[in-house]
Design a protein around this ligand. Structure first.
Ligand SMILES: Cc1ncc(COP(=O)(O)O)c(C=O)c1O
Length: 434
């Protein structure tokens, strides 16, 4: 018998009243598939929430977690440590862009973002430029739900109700359906929007700005790959004005974009990267901020107290999460998942072709994709994505509804028949429903 749906559970980022009238309940998961409470099989076209990159129910991770729980379940990470933490940090930075060789651990993407903002401030404190407290982020950006990330958010509903507790200005987003509709991979037009960063830095005074934070590919804002050349321009402007650049790679990290990080994929190296989700295949919460040597060394040397950064979480570097992360890296490396989406003639190209085959549907006004991410943009009033998500759920596909688009990011183990099935069902639902 199923558990009664009650108001004891206040669900996150969910229309609770609607959901509780018509719940979508999942009982188990394996590989690409979810099983609902009523025994239906649903294909997971979102990898959970852009995070189960190696697919569901990986025994290697479960075994590592079990063993770790029985060896060292927990110990303080303030003033004490365990071998696994150091080993895992070394292992992680083998995958980061050259120069980003230091890791600060947290537990969620939101915490990683707020940690990166604080590290940026601490860096400038250590350099004697503590007046740099302002940040620049971008419209349509999502940087989690803690107060730092909410201030950075470029999504109105996440930002407006909670106030502006940090000084931040927002760059224009780069979604331009008029010029770039149906771009395959990176859109051609829009690199010039990066120039607005220069205007904002001049306007506020670059000497007041700590860092720029952007997602290299916007995720929750609607899957928006950067225009060709845009990120390199952002990097060049940050260099010109000596402002730190943070890439929020909570979604784009760990193979989603066809490389370990989008920074590697696009050949643009930020000063910090935030990472979460796929880092442990979403099995145990863990996140990380990868920091370059300049920031790390300055913070070490310029600190005014023995503790260089008054920041950290009870569960930073939790041994069980580290064990899950290690086992996840084993899978990624063994199965070549971090670069699978960018193999020439491979699954990423198949995904691109399949998504763009939906362009002939009248209501589809744009298709965007990169790596194993994609969005279908529908003509609508802002609610189409949610409607289509529900209909697809009923027909056996889990997607994410975002405004008038549906976003998809299947596990990186996806095969051609899965993609065929997803696209076939999307086509059918769009034909029937709109
Ligand atoms: C780019 C980005 N940053 C931060 C976050 C927040 O991560 P979490 O939900 O783990 O706090 C997300 C979550 O989707 C994200 O997409």
């Amino acid at each position: 018998m199923s558990q009664p749906i009650s108001d004891a559970f206040w669900m996150p980022f969910t229309a609770n009243r609607d959901f509780k009238q018509a719940p979508r309940m999942i009982k188990s998961a394996s590989g690409m598939m979810l099983t609902t409470n009523d025994g239906r099989e649903v294909i997971d076209a979102t990898a959970g929430l852009w995070c189960v990159n190696a697919g569901h129910g990986r025994r290697e991770i479960a075994d590592a977690v079990h063993e770790q729980l029985m060896t060292l379940d927990y110990s303080s990470i303030f003033n004490f440590a365990h071998d696994l933490g150091f080993a895992y940090a070394e292992r992680l930075v083998e995958h980061t862009p050259t120069g980003l060789d230091h890791v600060f651990f947290a537990n969620s993407g939101s915490e990683a973002v707020d940690t990166a903002l604080k590290i940026a401030m601490q860096y400038w404190n250590a350099r004697g430029e503590g007046q740099r407290k302002r940040f620049i982020s971008r419209q349509k950006g999502y940087h989690g739900v803690n107060f730092g990330g909410v201030a950075m958010s470029g999504l109105t509903n996440n930002h407006q109700p909670f106030g502006q507790w940090l000084m931040v200005d927002h760059l224009r987003h780069t979604l331009d359906i008029e010029r770039n509709a149906f771009s395959q991979g990176l859109p051609r037009y829009g690199a010039e929007w990066a120039d607005e960063l220069e205007e904002l830095l001049e306007f506020h005074g670059a000497e007041t700005v700590a860092a720029v934070i952007i997602e290299p590919i916007v995720g929750a804002g609607g899957v928006i790959p950067p225009p060709e050349g845009y990120l390199a321009k952002i990097r060049a402007i940050c260099d010109k004005y000596s402002v730190l650049l943070i890439f929020d790679e909570v979604i784009t990290g760990w193979g989603r974009a066809g490389s370990a990080f989008a920074a590697v994929e696009f050949g643009v190296t930020p000063d910090m990267i935030t990472s979460a989700k796929g880092i442990t295949n979403a099995s145990v919460p863990l996140s990380a901020v990868f920091v370059n040597d300049e920031i790390y060394q300055r913070c070490m040397q310029g600190a005014k107290s023995a503790v260089e950064l008054y920041h950290g979480y009870t569960y930073s570097c939790h041994p069980v999460a580290c064990a899950a992360g290690m086992a996840t890296l084993d899978i990624y490396e063994k199965e070549g998942l971090l670069t699978r989406a960018s193999e020439p003639g491979g699954i990423g190209e198949y995904w691109q072709r399949a998504l763009h085959s939906l362009a002939d549907i009248e209501q589809v006004i744009d298709v965007r994709n990169y790596g194993l991410m994609g969005a279908i943009q529908l003509r609508g009033d802002g609610t189409k994505g949610g409607q289509v998500m529900q209909q697809l759920w009923e027909s056996g596909v889990m997607v994410r509804g975002l405004g008038d688009s549906i976003a998809m990011s299947p596990p990186l183990i996806v095969e051609e028949p899965h993609i065929d099935l997803i696209v076939k069902k999307v086509r059918k639902v769009l034909h029937e429903s709109l």
